[in-house]
Ligand binder design. Structure first.
Ligand code: NAI
Length: 274
């Protein structure tokens, strides 16, 4: 158990090297932006993806082999190989994910529901479990799971929503389990974030960008780098006393969405505004 005060679990190794943070799903969207934010914050970022990007920023490490985070058999070997080549992993960001199909329950294919839970819930669990083992043994580490505002509310995404709710629950369970070993575990819940996956949903008509902006107090979609910078803060020592939380990064969406029932958000210059 870690009983030696705040410095014991610091991200900075004693030899002065830059701590290594693995970002699953780091090939695109929120994961790619998180790798950038981690570099800005002084970490070495290593991208792990089922589709490794052919070219990443010069100072980002990319694990060259495709890794499917749902592959329970492969994951321990992947962790071992990464640590042999790059040294101990201090941090983990679980950004690998697939967005949910929006079909009614009776039309949602079971195979799609299964895959959403497999990648979004089980994949996060497997990465936490296998990277977390080394962190607890070393007595230092930080994990951030990417959940979603949908995991805190309801929506027509019958596989994705429960998977993200499970990620939030898993986060607090692991925080309680591993805090005594110097490992912090947190989640972020992005609101609608302008990534390739989301833009595809807008382009094919599944999502309405105007409606999304309309129920977001900041009046816009979230940018991936804005999520990435919050994640980098949670990984870093600025958040050394933060564990077990689920932090929305949503432009105020969770605060504003209920206002739809009262006719929607007000704007500057409208009646009732000062
Ligand atoms: P994206 O599609 O741009 O990036 C996801 C990345 O994960 C891709 O590089 C993909 O190759 C990788 N990936 C997918 N399945 C994988 C697997 N089995 N193993 C390893 N890598 C895999 O998506 P985006 O939007 O950046 O999403 C990232 C995370 O953020 C997901 O967990 C998503 O659910 C979550 N999120 C996204 C929101 C949004 O509005 N874009 C809102 C809330 C949460």
């Amino acid at each position: 158990m870690n009983t030696s005060g705040p410095d014991a679990a610091s991200s900075r190794p004693n030899d002065g090297s830059m701590p290594l943070v693995v970002v699953t799903g780091g090939g695109s969207g929120i994961g790619a932006a998180t790798a950038q934010a981690l570099r800005e914050a002084g970490f070495r970022a290593l991208v792990l993806d089922i589709a490794p990007p052919p070219a990443a920023a010069a100072d980002t490490l990319v694990w060259p082999d495709p890794v499917d985070v749902t592959d329970a058999k492969a994951m321990p070997d992947v962790v071992r190989a990464i640590e042999e080549r790059h040294g101990p992993v201090y941090g983990l960001v679980n950004a690998a994910g697939i967005l949910g199909r929006m079909h009614p329950p009776e039309r949602l294919r079971q195979a799609h529901w299964d895959r959403e839970l497999d990648v979004d819930m089980r994949g996060s669990w497997l990465a936490c479990r296998h990277f977390g083992a080394g962190m607890t043994a070393r007595g230092r580490g930080a994990i951030v799971n990417v959940a979603s505002v949908v995991g805190m509310s309801s929506g027509p995404v019958h596989g994705y929503g429960p998977a993200k709710a499970a990620v939030i629950n898993m986060t607090s369970n692991l925080a309680a389990e591993w805090g005594p070993y110097g490992v912090r575990v947190n989640a972020v819940s992005p609101g609608f974030t302008r990534t390739p996956a989301l833009e595809m949903g807008i382009d094919n008509g599944a999502l309405d960008a105007e409606a999304l902006r309309g129920c977001t107090p900041l009046g816009r979609l979230v940018e991936p780098i804005e999520v990435g910078r919050v994640i980098a803060w949670l990984i870093g020592d600025g958040a050394a006393a933060v564990s077990g939380i689920n932090l929305p990064v949503d432009g105020g969406f969770m605060a504003g969405v209920f206002w739809q029932a009262y006719g929607g958000l007000r704007g500057p210059g409208e009646p009732g505004q000062v």
